[in-house]
Ligand binder design. Structure first.
Ligand code: KG4
Ligand code: ZN
Length: 362
């Protein structure tokens, strides 16, 4: 991508799920700089319910955003007048939660006469890799693994996304969360499983690598299924409990984490090789997992494929990734979204361009 020599600054908000986040970023001659990034996590409150409670999430976003915006501007030593745009995630996610971020951003934009950019949450995750050094060059394959999505996306050029693979049931992060609950670990399950797995034997339990059958026979080569793995974990735990011994929880966590990482890495490499792509990008909450990062880097290097990892701090939901996506949109000439643009709980990544049309899609 060719960048303009003009320095641009954006304030970005992310409120699609259970993290209230605000960031201030600049893009100067192709170099992204996260000047300030704040996250108020609601995880502790939601964990008492075993998952995200949408109404609580909206209320907490509403309470947290004014403080986060103020702190971010102070930390960045910036005023609204010094910015080029305000951005917010507008889809997909929890409707009420998205609404809080979007209305706040649109209000700031109207008050300060700044362009507003509505951003697709997954486009934000994809942009998080531009906050690493060096960033990848197009074309490349992205493995996006979060709590809601597990996808293989061919990125041909800036904002040109073509999905090649997906999960047919649980997302990888969701599988981590459900298996954690099964093992009596807190939400979110990913970090809890990762920390126990460090002391476990990843080869102790042999677990299935779910495949998705094609109606005409064979399998979808780039697709994923984690429901069989979840059931296998449940059976394993039940049969161990019947023996009446303490659960070997570290070995269970390590074996589960290992097989998930293997499936993700093997299918990504197959897809990259068959599609002739020489770079793989890893983004999303599960991309924070060290076993997955290491395995992807090691196995890809054996096949002469470059791996670009989103910085760990910007794998789980944050506003810096939303700001990076907004700066890329500004570079591409998608200068603003309509202030009439609302929010959508479900919206495909491939239709993120619609957010910059004069007639908004929702
Ligand atoms: O990207 P994200 O913050 O939110 C969504 O857009 O979904 O991803 C959250 C997911 C959760 O399911 C969480 O368990 C998982 O990412 N996760 C991890 C790790 N950190 C977060 N999974 C495995 N290992 C981790 N270190
Ligand atoms: Zn996310």
């Amino acid at each position: 991508m060719k960048y303009s020599p003009n320095k641009r600054k954006v304030l970005a908000l992310e409120t699609s799920c259970d993290e209230s986040a605000v960031a201030l970023l600049s893009l100067d001659n192709g170099k992204f700089d996260v000047i300030a990034s704040r996250i108020a996590s609601q995880v502790a409150e939601h964990s008492t319910w075993g998952g995200v409670v949408p109404e609580i999430a909206s209320r907490r976003h509403l309470e947290a955003l004014p403080f986060l915006i103020r702190e971010t501007l102070i930390e960045a030593r910036e005023k609204m007048a010094g910015l080029d745009a305000v951005a917010a995630t507008v889809a997909p996610g929890l409707a009420g939660a998205l609404m809080v971020g979007s209305v706040t951003a649109r209000t700031l934009s109207a008050l300060h006469s700044l362009p507003f950019l509505g951003i697709h949450h997954l486009e934000g995750h994809l942009a998080s890799v531009y906050l690493s050094d060096p960033p990848p060059s197009h074309p490349y394959l992205v493995l996006l693994v979060s709590g809601g999505h597990t996808e293989l996306i061919h990125v041909e050029g800036p904002c040109q996304f073509n999905r090649l693979g997906r999960s047919h049931d649980d997302a990888a992060g969701e599988a981590f969360d459900k298996v954690a609950r099964l093992l009596g670990l807190p939400y979110p399950g990913g970090p809890a499983i990762e920390s126990l797995a460090k002391n476990g034997d990843p080869k102790r339990f042999s677990l299935p690598k779910g495949r998705v059958s094609r109606p005409e026979g064979g399998f979808f080569p780039y697709d994923f299924s984690f429901s069989g793995l979840k059931t296998a974990m449940l059976r394993q735990v039940e049969s161990l409990k019947e023996l009446g011994e303490p659960l070997p929880i570290e070995d269970l966590a390590a074996s589960f984490e290992h097989v998930v990482a293997e499936v993700l890495v093997e299918r990504s490499l197959l897809c990259a090789n068959e599609q002739g792509l020489k770079s793989i990008v890893l983004v999303g909450g599960v991309a924070a997992n060290q076993r997955l990062r290491k395995m992807m880097s090691e196995k890809a290097s054996l096949e002469n494929i470059e791996v670009y990892l989103a910085p760990k701090a910007f794998c789980t939901d944050n506003a810096a990734m939303v700001g990076a996506a907004a700066l890329i949109r500004l570079e591409l000439g998608s200068n603003s979204s309509s202030l009439e643009l609302g929010i959508s709980p479900r919206w495909p990544l491939s239709k993120g361009n619609c957010f910059f049309q004069p007639d908004p899609p929702f």
